[in-house]
Design a protein around this ligand. Structure first.
Ligand SMILES: [Fe+2]
Length: 217
């Protein structure tokens, strides 16, 4: 057999950042006490539902530490992608999944990156899943002797305390029902480029035909 090489075209990056215990312990304490202050009385959550805060937590002092960790992680991801543009957190909110709570598959429109940081998970509430963004790829799905990244159409990643997971905002993801006996708490966030509207969204190409402008007096 001649040697063959695999070229992985258009891969989808998923960044997994595990903070040291002495870092995440204090960050999580800050978050939990911040949430206690924020949520004075907990509203009734419908069966299977999730309690979510407003999306401006990055503006609160109690969430400054996690916002800083998110910023550092995003910087690393953008460096990896060779993107040097300034970025901003456009949304940051807490998710509290009670027992039975789910997050149905979704994307985060109008952002470049999205992610989630885990404050409290347990056996039975420690997964996040991602769907293959190439629906045609699973039209023919032959049986395989061993699961692999080329033939699967869904991937689960362990959601453990102190872990930050980041991915393209268009990547469909969701959270299975919380089957542990306790709340599952996470902080979600979105990242976008503030210069996108006024500078970055312009076409990358130059026209081959330059039209003469008609001047109006
Ligand atoms: Fe999400």
């Amino acid at each position: 057999m001649p040697e063959s090489k695999i070229h992985n075209l258009f891969p989808t990056p998923l960044w997994v950042v595990d903070f040291e215990k002495d870092v995440f312990t204090s960050v999580n304490q800050e978050i939990e006490s911040g949430l206690e202050t924020l949520i004075e009385s907990r509203p009734e959550v419908p069966s299977g539902g999730t309690l979510q805060t407003d999306t401006d937590l990055y503006e609160f002092e109690e969430f400054a530490e996690i916002a800083a960790l998110i910023g550092t992680s995003v910087k690393g991801a953008l460096d990896f992608l060779s993107i040097k543009e300034p970025f901003e957190i456009t949304g940051m909110w807490a998710n509290i999944n009670p027992v039975g709570g789910v997050n149905t598959p979704h994307t985060h429109p109008n952002n470049y990156l999205s992610g989630v940081y885990y404050v409290r998970t347990d056996d039975g509430s420690d997964q996040i899943f991602f769907a293959d963004p190439r629906p045609p790829a699973s039209v023919v799905s032959p049986p395989v002797e061993e699961d692999n990244i080329y033939t699967g159409n869904e991937a689960s990643v362990e959601a453990k305390i102190g872990r930050l997971i980041m991915f393209p905002a268009w990547l469909t993801h969701g959270v299975p029902a919380n089957r542990s006996g306790k709340d599952r708490i996470s902080i979600s966030f979105n990242i976008m480029f503030p210069a996108f509207g006024d500078r970055m969204s312009k076409p990358k190409w130059s026209p081959t035909l330059q039209l003469q402008r008609t001047s109006h007096s």
